[in-house]
Design a protein around this ligand. Structure first.
Ligand code: C5P
Length: 227
């Protein structure tokens, strides 16, 4: 299991200061919407300048018509990131179109599909998808696998079932992790490191419990020790 640190701080300078503090650890860094919209490609380069071994997950959750998603995926190829994601609810044709467009590249990034956002409660999810989270997450995972993607973003609670109905190599990445039972914030379905480990999760994403800590490096060391 790998640890992916969410760079969700309010300014570029604060994110870079956090990266400096944790540069000696073998972790992935997650660049999300706010950071990428504000700081763009030069921020990705700044990460690599601090430590070229950092792997970058570009968490933009693409959702659009198939051709536009494939165009965006091809542009992402030029950024040199190691992983990005799309929404499974964009549909199988959209996901297949993205993967076909990337076929010609030898070293394409890992591509994941978002199943259910971990901030959804069952009720909220049902209002949008008219299904339970677990049923729909399983369905989205099958769709993503059949479309040629490498895995899904889901909560730790769906990981074991998804591995079961796809295969062990089909990756799961789970946000909503509170490593040692910290405050959930706006996340509705949170799990700790041990739960994620038992659920065969490949990547845990941790944001606030790390970047809001007085000593982020210590929290990372503790998580890595448990992994
Ligand atoms: O601070 P926290 O650990 O809750 O951060 C979780 C990160 O994972 C945030 O950057 C959030 O946007 C992201 N994320 C999520 N749920 C998903 C996909 C991504 O919380 N399904």
């Amino acid at each position: 299991m790998e640890l992916c640190v969410a760079l969700d701080l309010p300014t570029k300078e604060e994110n870079l200061a956090l990266i400096e503090k944790i540069k000696d650890y073998d972790v992935w860094l997650k660049v999300g919407l706010r950071t990428y919209i504000r700081d763009g490609e030069s921020f990705l380069q700044a990460i690599k300048q601090i430590n070229p071994d950092f792997k970058i997950f570009l968490d933009l959750k693409l959702y659009d018509i198939p051709n536009t998603m494939a165009d965006a995926a091809e542009s992402i190829m030029g950024l040199g990131v190691d992983m990005f994601n799309v929404h499974a609810s964009a549909g199988r044709r959209a996901m297949t179109t993205v993967m076909q467009r990337l076929e010609k590249y030898e070293n394409r990034p890992i591509v994941l599909a978002v199943t259910a956002l971990t901030s959804f409660s069952e009720e909220e999810f049902h209002a949008v998808y008219e299904s339970s989270i677990s049923q729909k997450a399983d369905q989205f995972a099958k769709d993503a696998m059949q479309s040629g993607l490498d895995g899904v973003v889901c909560s730790a609670f769906e990981s074991a079932s998804i591995k079961n109905i796809t295969n062990e190599d089909f990756m799961t990445l789970t946000p909503g992790i509170r490593p040692f039972g910290e405050d959930a914030g706006d996340q509705k379905r949170v799990a700790d490191v041990n739960f994620a480990k038992n659920a065969l999760v490949d990547f845990i994403v941790v944001g606030r419990p790390i970047y809001q800590a007085k000593k982020p490096a210590e929290v990372i060391a503790k998580i890595l020790a448990q992994i």
